[in-house]
Design a protein around this ligand. Sequence first.
Ligand SMILES: Nc1ncnc2c1ncn2[C@@H]1O[C@H](COP(=O)(O)OP(=O)(O)OP(=O)(O)O)[C@@H](O)[C@H]1O
Length: 802
Amino acid sequence: MIDANYSVLWFRSEITDNTYKVIENYLKNGIKVFFLSFDDSELILVNPFLKEANKNGLLMLSVVRYAQEWDDREFRSFDGKQIDSALLDYLDANSSFNKEQYLLEHQQEEQHYIVKAGAGTGKTTTMINRILFLKHMIPQLNMGSVVMITFTNEAAANMRKKLLEKLKGYYDLTKDKTYLEWMEEIGNMFIGTFHSFAKEFLSNEGQRLGFSKSMEIRSFKHEQRKLIEYYIDQFATANPIIYESFRYLPHYKLVKAFMGIMERINNKSISYESVLMLEYGYDNRGFHQMAAYVIENVTKDLVKKKNDEESLEISDLISRLGVVRSIPQEQLHLQIQYLFVDEFQDTDEAQVSFVAWLVSQYQSQLFAVGDIKQSIYRFRGADYTAFNQLKGYLETANQRYFEYSLRKNYRSEEMLIHQFNQLFRKWDGVIEHFHYDETDHLLAVLEDTVEEGLVTLPLETTNLRHVLQRLYKEDVAVLVRSNRQVLKMVEEIESQGFFCDAEISGSFYRCLPVREFYLLLRRFTHPKVAKDRYLFHQSSYGNNELSISEVFQSFTQEKPYVLDLLEERENWIFGGESFKSQSALPVLQQVIEQVKPHEVFRRRFYQHLRKQFPGEDMGMQKQEAVAKMKEYKVNLDRLIYLLKKEFGNFEASLYDLEQFLTIKMATDTIENEWKLHDEVSHRIKVMTVHKAKGLEFNYVLLPYTNSPFIKDGMTEILLIPEAGNWKIGYHINWQDQIVENTFYRDHVKNEQAETIAEEARLLYVALTRAKKGIIAQSTATMNPYSIQCWSNLLESGENLHV
Ligand SMILES: Nc1ncnc2c1ncn2[C@@H]1O[C@H](COP(=O)(O)OP(=O)(O)OP(=O)(O)O)[C@@H](O)[C@H]1O
């Protein structure tokens, strides 16, 4: 007879033959086991069934330091009930067992839970376990009423995967088909980003307010630019005296400044009504007047356009959530019984108040986890006071909540944890808005298996090569601050014969298969443009026979020689005639089918590798070429799919397609390039710290630690909240002219202090991703009193021998 629905916590001073049988029996009945003993639990793992359960996280083993007081004692707690608090305290202090995690996972009370905890302490893990606890305790729980909000799409996919893996683990141990049904039910659960939840929410609950189910989310950047151009002209006509001082500025620079300002406004999820109330301060050139005129008019026109088209931009999703609050509770029909929010520290004001509204309207139980020190989305409006705001809202609404903190770090080895605590503690002393006191100190659980820890060394080409050679295939991530640095690093690593997996959001319309497809279109629409024609010749659709040196050799003043040369080399069989009888897309698909650009690409890429790096591993080069080919194909297929979705199968002309792609390539930042992560474990991951959030790697490399946070002469836009309204501060640098308003001057000092704190938090995230070692570029010694770049915040541990 089993007394548990979900788990048993079993402490037994020694392991006997019977222990195995009892544990096995629990597991076969789908009961998770926390087994703790003075005896070495490794013994248990000799049993293959138990080993598997341990791997799946359903058998948690901890060796406890001996204490006479607990000798010969046995204790069991089922589903977190009837616990012996003194024993749990002892176990927590003397083994890897985590009392706080355990209690949090098993909480029975109807209240909200707020978990504020440091890096690698198992926040995400506990959240997953908590969902499994709830489902086991209430098997009839409709998973469609469980909502989980994550910070990125990748994190959402990862959560779903982890939940499914756990349930699969249960099924493998029990062979109970219920778990297969639960796996299916996970499909009903909403797991996604705030923005995708907002879309789902608005199109369901917001229908009577005019939000449509078929609402499209797309970028309006192109329209925005056109409107900005239009209203600048209007302003210039109506206010020639003010405009006079901007007359000699290239028009595109003025437009770019407005695009930048509007992007900042969008990032802050500021509602339409508040944008119209923005305050612009004063500058002596009158830019504040032009800004007010242009931004208000562009905003109004864009809103109208979006309404007419039943479309929204991603950034509208959050700012529009405010309006649904007018719906009375009895008219809401979604079911949200449990609301989980991961990375809560990165929610912005509008999101925090929406969460508080949701839990009170839907009577949901909230489980919000995060780490203030990992708040790194200030530029997107996140506020590191998010937890305090949430507590304020809950208290005002008389909602009970309980706060937890977790301290044991299960990710990084002991030496790293020791170095982290020392380092972060120092930051606390010198960075105004970064706090790390005794209660933030991480506790190490994992023993050292390597000697590294955190080391700093000049990471120039030779050292980088040595490091990569030594750590290749060791699960290495190179973390940087910007997408530009990602690209630079990829170039550097690939030029040394290693392979990279670079993560850049929204890069789909600029990836190779899309660019080459665009050249294919141009080959038909503009065959006489020599530059494009030559690029096409070099692409995977062309022969790539004509070298640049040949072009130069054949140069004469008289004729458009490149085109002639290309004409001679191309045995291009697809004439423009096919388009007369058929519509564009099917013909282009035929071209793709015949040319097979992905295969051409693979062949050329492999040849290039062999020629460039003849001494490197051939098998790996082949594997990489095949992976790259599959990625080429999958992205090209996706492009065709997206074009068909936009235009239907037979509607579009070549010119429609070209125009569509031109705009998308210039403006789209939503669509992601598809990658085959599973097949390329040999690749070194290169990504921004923002992308690395929530992830972990054996080794972390930090190459560009000397880039300054604040570059002299940068344009800066500040959005300053004040008494329910927003003020805008600007310092716009057009090289020979600078405009700066009063609000900027008043707030710039505080802004700089905030920027340094944000950078420290970014570095905190980067460092805490490492399990075993960190190698950071550093030529500067730690200089906490003049903090301009990451290396001013770093400090070497042991020396690394390369
Ligand atoms: N009780 C535990 N026992 C063993 N391993 C654990 C435990 N809790 C978490 N872990 C492991 O520790 C690592 C970090 O966990 P997790 O990612 O959940 O932490 P986190 O607090 O969400 O981290 P971060 O905020 O830094 O992204 C993971 O590899 C996880 O499997």
